[in-house]
Design a protein. Structure first.
Length: 308
């Protein structure tokens, strides 16, 4: 019997982004409290993540940069500081995604949600930025290709911010399709429609910037009218979802007006694409989401569809 997986470990509480930082351990504390209270976890199989090997991380990141995170000396931006626990947290977060992938590819689970922090989609090959250090989705795409021999992987990103790191990791690479819908103008400033890949990767990056104020209806239409036909053309063997919940109307860092119901619809849409194109194989990764209650309620809605 295959079920949905839920990946979490208390080690994710130990990365410390600094006093008053929106990307705090309280995001996961509030999430776990909420899911516990609502009984959401009872229908899911919990797995404890392992640490990812350096070899798998270094398929995306420069070895000296990763060692710099261990030594707390890596290049970062001012809002993205390294704490003593950051190194162990990021390796365990990426390793959790890999453990979930092994279960899904092995047919022992149908899909998975990884409740980890810090997030990953802004992390570049040699730079921590936007609260991100290791690009878990990018590392996961390479892991799917190299460990499991998959040829084509799609990374879908509905976080309110553009996933610059993920885009750059595969910009020349036709084997990984990157789709992002994000608020523009907004941080980090990349993700215009003209950024569509280059060289052999031309056409396998798809950016849809939206003005602030968009919500459930705009996102839902975009997924059925723009994303679905593009994915049908690409024909992925596995879908990774960079699930940021900072598009929620209550989020302090975004200007969109999505609701829990909107996340439910988007999840159903992605799940239906996975069912039609890649035997339902889908692993979802927590990216942003900075209003504690809104993120917790949105993840609950997301999980209800994934495990339905
Ligand atoms: Zn974000």
């Amino acid at each position: 019997m295959t079920r949905s997986l839920f990946v979490y470990d208390d080690i994710f509480l130990e990365h410390d982004a600094g006093a008053g930082h929106p990307e705090s351990q309280h995001r996961l504390i509030a999430l776990m409290d909420h899911l516990d209270r609502r009984g959401t976890l009872t229908g899911l199989r919990r797995i404890t993540p392992r640490a990812a090997s350096l070899e798998t991380i270094e398929r995306v990141h420069e070895p000296a940069y990763i060692d710099g995170i261990r030594l707390m000396s890596a290049a970062t931006t001012a809002d993205t500081v390294i704490s003593p626990a950051t190194y162990d947290c990021v390796l365990r977060a990426s390793g959790g995604v890999q453990a979930a992938i092994d279960e899904v590819v092995g047919g022992r689970a149908v899909n998975a949600f990884c409740a980890h922090r810090p997030p990953g989609h802004h992390a570049e090959a040699g730079l921590a930025m936007g609260f991100c250090y290791v690009n878990h989705a990018a590392v996961a795409a390479r892991y799917l290709q190299e460990r499991h021999g998959l040829a084509r992987v799609a990374v879908l990103d509905w976080d309110v911010h553009h996933g610059n790191g993920t885009q750059h990791a595969f910009y020349n690479d036709p084997s990984v399709f990157y789709f992002s819908v994000h608020q523009a103008p907004h941080y980090p400033g990349t993700g215009s429609p003209s950024e569509c890949g280059e060289g052999a990767g031309l056409g396998t990056t798809l950016n849809v910037p939206l003005p602030a104020g968009c919500g459930d209806g705009e996102y839902s239409r975009l997924f059925s009218e723009v994303l679905r036909p593009a994915l049908e053309t690409f024909c992925p063997e596995f879908i990774l979802l960079s699930a940021g919940f900072d598009t929620h109307v209550s989020d302090p860092l975004g200007g969109m007006v999505m609701t829990e119901g909107g996340f439910e619809s988007l999840t159903a849409s992605v799940q239906s694409m996975a069912a039609d194109l890649c035997e339902k194989r889908l692993v979802s990764l927590l990216e942003g989401g900075y209003d504690l209650e809104a993120t917790a309620a949105s993840v609950e809605a997301h999980l209800a569809v994934l495990s339905g």
